[in-house]
Design a protein around this ligand. Structure first.
Ligand code: GDP
Length: 363
């Protein structure tokens, strides 16, 4: 399962957000074994209204959402790359995630101390990014030395040298490796380094409830930085999310409306993470359950079947496939078939977002 992890300075709202994510996941799907694997790792549901619609059409008893792992990574402080604070432990935790949710404090509250004395998203983001870049730098420099030596006897080392010659100067300036325009081959050649600053990032701008609807000047600063990095921003109020998670589902919309906000920030954050990871969803549906399955973009029908069970991939014959919107518009599987909207797809079919699939396979 793919993993996203929270990073950010102390007291920016990371734990509040993490607890809300986990509480919300539990509340959303009582029939699903949500758990906190370790104290700081939770499994969250990817919110998706299509599940209930499909369940309504096929009469499913249960719905099972797609899942992501969410990790609360203990606070990073200035000097972590030199072993300050939780330093190395922190960096080891980030190496294991597939995407980073960088929580930035965009709320003022005199009662909550800011580690650097004031609210300043630009400075905060820079502190974190520099620590991550420094941690990557020593690794990348060592690897570059080694690759240059290898190049004397091994021509294939060239692609690695090229990649690292692009990355090292950026890291030395405190910039993320993500901004170096690597070719696919270059990126592949250094994948085993697990560079922190190559991981995709979402900035979560944590605002007070009053600013949830309109944002504020701090959020604009985060947006400017994210735009420069080609990263996404989600505006969220960790405090509001933790209150929402305590409310019954039926009262949530009203509470959000009273704040002038439409969708829960968590839902957008989880969806944005899902997109960032290059993931998409296909569905299986029947009287027993409707289920969302996670695949990476570009997977073929047999590969998608393999996500359910490796036997399905090995024995794949065909997949009866209908697009979600076509099924919903038709009102039933039988009606969709009558209209010729259900395809019988073979091994080369590339699965599309929202496909509803039924696999035929040999065991
Ligand atoms: P962490 O150190 O980044 O994990 O931060 P915490 O989640 O522990 O939050 C630090 C403090 O800030 C706690 O007292 C939270 O209640 C508070 N806090 C978090 N988010 C908000 C917010 O949106 N508004 C306000 N006023 N306080 C918040």
């Amino acid at each position: 399962m793919l993993r996203a992890g929270n990073v950010g300075l102390p007291n920016v709202g990371k734990s509040t957000l993490f607890n809300a994510v986990v509480a919300n996941a539990k509340a959303q799907a009582a029939n699903f074994p949500f758990c906190t694997i370790e104290p700081n790792v939770g499994v969250v549901a990817v919110p998706d209204n299509r599940l209930n619609v499909l369940a309504g059409i096929t009469g499913s008893i249960d719905t099972i959402p797609a899942r992501l792992e969410f990790v609360d990574i203990a606070g990073l402080v200035k000097g972590a790359s030199q072993g300050e604070g939780l330093g190395n432990q922190f960096l080891a935790n980030i190496r294991e995630v597939d995407a980073i949710v960088h929580v930035v404090r965009c709320f003022e509250d005199d009662d909550i101390i800011h580690v650097a004395g004031s609210v300043d998203p630009e400075r905060d983001i820079e502190i974190i990014n520099i620590e991550l870049a420094l941690a990557d730098m020593s690794q990348a420099e060592r690897r570059l030395d080694k690759a240059r030596k290898e190049l004397r006897t091994k021509k294939e080392a060239q692609v690695e040298v090229d990649a690292l010659e692009k990355i090292v100067p950026m890291l030395q300036e405190g910039l993320p490796a993500r901004l170096a325009n690597l070719t696919d081959d270059e990126r592949f050649s250094i994948r085993s380094l697990g560079l922190l600053t190559l991981k995709p990032v979402i900035y979560a701008a944590n605002v007070s409830e009053d600013d949830l609807a309109e944002g504020n000047a701090y959020v604009e600063k985060v947006r400017a930085i994210a735009a420069h990095e080609g990263a996404q921003v989600v505006v969220i109020s960790a405090q509001v999310e933790s209150e929402l998670a305590e409310l019954p589902e039926s009262d949530r919309a009203e509470f959000l409306e009273s704040l002038g906000a439409k969708e829960g920030g968590l839902a957008s954050l989880i969806r944005a993470t899902y997109d960032l990871l290059g993931l998409q969803t296909y569905f299986t549906t029947g009287p027993k359950e409707t289920r969302a399955w996670t695949i990476t973009k570009g997977m073929t029908a047999p590969q998608a079947a393999g996500v359910i069970h490796s036997d399905f991939e090995r024995g794949f014959i065909r997949a009866e496939t209908v697009a979600y919107t076509n099924l919903v518009q038709s009102g039933s599987m039988a009606a969709a078939k009558e209209k010729g909207l259900v395809g019988s797809e073979g091994r080369d079919y590339v699965v599309r977002e929202g496909d509803v699939m039924l696999f035929r396979f040999n065991v």
